[in-house]
Design a protein. Structure first.
Length: 236
């Protein structure tokens, strides 16, 4: 089982996010494929490195901090963001919260008037994220093999601006997710409870039928970008 520690956030205010160095996997302009903003143009900043190893991870190239990724300052990242003429940006990964200076960079983007979202794996404390940022948080289900690493206090910190996501590989995952949604009242607490299928593991039809049978107040999603482009294609 992977090991990680929550980063020390006591020095967050002392970090200049424009001078800070980030390990970046890729930055690209695409169509948001998931969540309440699916279909909108978005600039994605994929930070490199993640301590988890989800069995179905679709960005394995962005996990290992010892290989891959390029070093960029926050200022260089901002220059690239500005070149796309797009007001919606999302920090993703890997796990963006494992690079602590991302907090300051997201705050800086909010102050410039961008709509900012972060997609996080759910194992890192989300409480230091700027309140203007849309938090799209995974809750890892049993088949990911990482569910014991969910940072459960996060589930009590979610609010209407936020979206929570369950990626399901099986009926077991679905039943587990249903239990968590009920226990934490997520359908009322969050702006959206998202359910999606592990591509090629669980059929969309099965998930749709289960949701209808249970009258579950969730939003099923298909990861639009995987239908527009080849599912394995990077940078889209
Ligand atoms: S948390 Fe996300 S990036 Fe990390 S291994 Fe899991 S799916 Fe991949």
């Amino acid at each position: 089982m992977p090991k990680f520690t929550q980063p020390d956030t006591t020095l967050l205010d002392a970090i200049n996010p424009l001078e800070a160095e980030f390990l970046v996997s890729e930055i690209f302009h695409s169509i948001q494929g998931e969540g309440l903003r699916a279909g909108e143009r978005c600039v994605f900043i994929r930070l490199h490195g993640c301590s988890l190893r989800c069995s179905w991870c679709d960005t394995p190239y962005a996990l290992d901090k010892r290989t891959g990724g390029v070093s960029m300052t926050g200022r260089e990242i901002m220059d690239q963001i500005k070149s796309y003429d797009c007001t919606f940006i999302e920090f993703t990964g890997g796990e963006p919260l494992e690079q602590i200076a991302v907090h300051g960079l997201m705050k800086h983007c909010c102050e410039l008037g961008y709509t900012v979202a972060i997609e996080t794996g759910g194992h890192m404390d989300i409480s230091h994220i700027d309140p203007r940022v849309i938090r799209i948080m995974d809750v890892k289900c049993p088949d990911s093999k990482m569910s014991s690493l969910n940072h459960l206090p996060n589930l009590r910190k979610l609010k209407q601006l936020d979206e929570v996501k369950f990626v399901l590989a099986s009926r077991t995952d679905y039943e587990w997710a249903k239990h968590i949604i009920e226990e934490y009242d997520l359908s009322n607490v969050c702006g959206a409870v998202l359910m999606s299928c592990v591509f090629d593991a669980l059929s969309f039809k099965s998930l749709a039928e289960w949701i209808l049978e249970d009258s579950l107040n969730v939003r099923m999603q298909l990861q639009m970008h995987k239908f527009i482009w080849d599912p394995a294609m990077r940078g889209v």
